[in-house]
Write a protein that binds this ligand. Sequence first.
Ligand code: TMP
Length: 204
Amino acid sequence: MKKGIFITFEGAEGSGKSTQIKNAARFFRRKDRSVVLLREPGGTKVSEAIRAILLDKRNKKLSDATELFLYLAARSQIVREKILPALKKGKVVICDRFEDSTLAYQGYGRKLPFALIRDMNRVVRGTLKPMLTFVLDVDIRRGLQRGGRYDRIERESFSFHQRVRSGFLKLAEQEPERMTVIDGSRPLPEVSRLVLEKLKSVFG
Ligand code: TMP
């Protein structure tokens, strides 16, 4: 049986992840791999219910700690219900956001302690780590324009979103082996080509 592969796509709002996730899925399906596409928060019944709470703009009073715990709770479910079983069956799992989003949004964005987030994330995901992570980097103004109707997080201040964007870049500097930053403001065919080139270089 083929070995499971876990890949994640990260980036600030409206960075064009969805298009590139489809692109990556096509790459693996052409190789006759079975691909599972997931998103965070979400992907299971419980995690989608948590997502609805997290993104509902009426939940203005959500504390930063509540927000963190809900993202982690949603992750715990998707890891156990979906990601680990799929990897065990040798599938390719491509997830729209994962742990790096928590470090970028709740760490750099909300300024919650990184050590705490990392420790709790380890409880949530165990030894599971993406083997490859794409960070699509786009200008915040441009990204938010693409977003359409704003959810609770998208309504955050410009400086919050700037901290998130630079947070992703700092995380990528810390783990260049795993995290590949791609300039998402380039023309779409070029972004797609860069993603495919990286996938080919790692998976042949
Ligand atoms: P999206 O899937 O449409 O990008 O919406 C998810 C939102 O949740 C997005 O604003 C990023 C945010 N988020 C966090 O703040 N922390 C996390 O750990 C994750 C996974 C997402």
